[in-house]
Design a protein around this ligand. Structure first.
Ligand code: SIN
Length: 506
C-alpha cells in the first residue's frame, strides 16, 4: 500500500457539508485534501435537493420559531440547544451562500422568496429557480472551492478504512483511488467524514444509491459513538416511474396546493387546506397504505399548478416528462421512499465525534438537530452551517501518533446488495414489525457469512437492530406492532467495543 502524509485535514465527501468544511478550513489557513468517489456535483444528495434551505428570513418569522418547529417535528428527541445554535445562524448561512454566488430566488424588493413545506408554521424555505436549490447552491460552493489554492480535490477516491494510532485517535484514512482502486493510506491531522446518508441501502430511495451508510459503519468500527441509527425519513412523494433512484416530487408542490389522491380520485389526507402538509411520516404512511391497499397514490398538481408547472418546478417537470408523464395533464404516481438518514455518527455542532481526530458532518452525522424526524429543508442548513464550524475546528488539529495497520471492510457484490436493499425497504421501511426486522437481521447474518463483514451490511445491521429494539413508534420509525409513542423519549446510543469492532473487520 502507498503512503502519503498530508499536513492538514482530510475531508471525505464533497456534498454541501464536506465542501463547506473544506472552504472554512482553508480560509483558517489549513491545507485541505478532499476525497470523493465522483466528480464534484455528481452523486451527492445536496445537489439533488429541490426544496431549498430553511431559515428565518421573513418579518413574521424568527430563529426561535424555527427552532420550535424543528423540535416539534423531531418528536421529543431534538436537542434544544443544538437546534437553536442552528436556527440562530439561518439567515447568516443563506447570506454567506448568496455572497458566494448562490442565486436564491428574490422578490421585487430583493428579499428572499420562501416556500412553505410540511410542519413549518410559516413559509421559510429559501429556494432557487423553483426546485433547483441543491444544485445551484452547491455549484456556487464548488466554484469557491475550485478557486481556493489551499484545497486539493481527488474525485476518484473511495474511503475504505480509518487509520488510528495506538491511543485510538484517528490519524488518517485508507482510500481506494482510480480505475484500479489503488490503496493509499493518507496520514492527516484530522479526518472529517461527510460521506452522506444511507439511502442506497434501500431499494426505494430518492438519494444517490452509492450512499450506503459506509461512513457510519467505518466510524463505528473505529469505536465512534452512534446516535439513533433506527431513524430514517421516508419521503411520501417519490415519483414512481420505475427508476432507481426515484426522482423526487418536492413537498413545495403540496405547499402550492397540489393534492394527494388515490386511484379513485379521493383526497388521501382529507379536504382541509393544509391536510397534505401534515408531518412527513404521517403523509408517507398514508401513501404507503393506499398503495398496499391497491388504491394507488398520486400527486395531482393539475388544478393548483397546471400550466405553471414547467416554469415553477422545472426539475420535477423534466423528470416527469422524461418518464413520459405530463403533470399538467395527469396526476403523478408516487410512493414513499427513503429520503434522509437522521441517525448516524454522534457529533456536536462542530462535528466532533467521540473519537479524537474524527469529525462528522452532514447526513452521516447525528448532531441532535433532527431527532426522530427532520424538519423539511433543515438538512442543507445543517450541512452548510455545521460543515463550516467543523472546518474551522478541524483546521486547528495537529494530528497524532503513528497509525496501526488499518482495518478495512470487504465489498458486497451487486446481487447481494440488491437482496439487501429489497429487504431493507420491505422490513426497515415505512412500516416495521418485529417479525420483519428479525427476518432482515437473519438475511444480514447470511450475507455476512457468505461475503464477510461488508460496510453496508454493518450499516444495515445497526439500523435493523436499533429498529427492533425500539418498541414504540416515534417520528420516522413506525412499528405496526408497537404503534404508540412512549411517554418518555429516549435516544438509542451504540458503541461497538473496539475488540469487537476489530473482530467484525477481520
Ligand atoms: C422536498 O423538497 O420535498 C424535500 C425537502 C427536504 O427533504 O428537506
Amino acid at each position: 500500500m502507498n503512503r502519503l502524509r498530508h499536513d492538514g485535514p482530510l475531508i471525505v465527501g464533497a456534498g454541501l457539508a464536506g465542501l463547506s468544511a473544506a472552504l472554512e478550513a482553508a480560509r483558517a489557513g489549513a491545507q485541505v485534501l478532499v476525497v470523493t468517489p465522483e466528480p464534484l456535483l455528481n452523486a451527492c444528495s445536496s445537489a439533488w435537493a429541490q426544496g431549498g434551505m430553511a431559515a428565518a428570513l421573513t418579518a413574521v418569522d424568527s430563529a426561535e420559531l424555527h427552532a420550535r418547529d424543528t423540535e416539534a417535528a423531531g418528536a421529543g428527541l431534538v436537542q434544544p440547544d443544538v437546534a437553536r445554535t442552528l436556527t440562530g445562524v439561518g439567515r447568516q448561512t443563506v447570506e454567506w451562500l448568496a455572497a458566494l454566488g448562490a442565486p436564491f430566488d428574490r422578490d421585487a424588493d430583493g428579499g428572499f422568496v420562501v416556500s412553505l413545506e410540511a410542519a413549518h408554521s410559516t413559509p421559510r424555505v429559501a429556494r432557487v429557480g423553483g426546485d433547483g436549490a441543491g444544485r445551484a447552491i452547491l455549484s456556487a460552493v464548488v466554484a469557491a472551492v475550485r478557486a481556493e489554492k489551499r484545497i486539493q480535490v481527488w474525485d476518484d477516491a473511495r474511503l475504505k478504512a480509518l487509520a488510528q494510532d495506538a491511543d485510538g485517535r484517528v490519524v488518517g484514512a485508507v482510500i481506494a483511488r482510480g480505475p484500479h482502486a489503488k490503496r493509499i493510506e493518507i496520514a492527516a491531522t484530522a479526518v472529517v467524514l461527510a460521506t452522506g446518508g444511507a439511502g442506497g441501502l434501500f431499494a426505494a430511495t430518492t438519494t444517490p444509491s452509492a450512499l450506503k451508510g459506509e461512513g457510519m459503519a467505518l466510524a463505528a468500527l473505529a469505536g465512534a459513538d452512534l446516535l439513533d441509527p433506527e431513524f430514517v425519513q421516508f419521503h411520501p412523494t417519490a415519483i414512481d416511474v420505475g427508476l432507481d433512484p426515484a426522482p423526487l416530487a418536492t413537498e413545495a408542490l403540496r405547499g402550492e396546493g397540489a393534492r394527494l389522491v388515490d386511484g379513485q380520485g379521493r383526497f388521501l389526507l382529507g379536504a382541509e387546506d393544509d391536510a397534505d402538509l401534515k408531518p412527513r411520516d404521517v403523509v408517507a404512511r398514508a401513501v404507503h397504505a393506499a398503495r398496499m391497499g391497491g388504491r394507488g397514490a398520486y400527486l395531482d398538481a393539475r388544478a393548483a399548478i397546471g400550466d405553471e408547472f414547467p416554469h415553477a418546478f422545472p426539475a420535477v417537470f423534466a423528470a416527469c416528462m422524461r418518464a413520459g408523464l405530463d403533470p399538467r395533464q395527469s396526476p403523478i404516481p408516487v410512493m414513499a421512499a427513503c429520503h434522509y438518514y437522521m441517525g448516524g455518527i454522534a457529533a456536536d455542532a462542530d462535528g466532533r465525534t467521540s473519537v479524537p481526530g474524527l469529525y462528522a458532518v452532514g447526513e452521516c452525522a447525528a448532531t441532535g438537530v433532527h431527532g426522530a424526524n427532520r424538519l423539511a429543508s433543515n438538512s442543507l442548513l445543517e450541512a452548510c452551517a455545521f460543515g463550516r464550524r467543523a472546518g474551522q475546528a478541524a483546521a486547528g488539529e495537529i494530528g497524532g501518533g503513528r497509525s496501526l495497520p488499518a482495518q478495512g471492510a470487504p465489498d458486497l457484490p451487486e446481487p447481494a446488495m440488491a437482496e439487501l436493499r429489497a429487504a431493507m425497504t420491505a422490513h426497515a421501511g415505512v412500516v416495521r414489525t418485529a417479525e420483519g426486522l428479525a427476518a432482515l437481521i437473519a438475511l444480514i447474518d447470511r450475507l455476512q457469512a457468505e461475503y464477510g463483514p461488508a460496510a453496508p451490511l454493518l450499516a444495515a445491521r445497526l439500523i435493523a437492530q436499533a429498529a427492533l429494539d425500539r418498541r414504540e413508534s416515534r417520528g420516522g420509525h413506525y412499528r405496526a406492532d408497537y404503534p404508540q409513542t412512549a411517554a418518555r423519549a429516549e435516544h438509542t446510543r451504540v458503541r461497538l467495543a473496539r475488540p469487537a469492532a476489530m473482530e467484525a473487520a477481520e
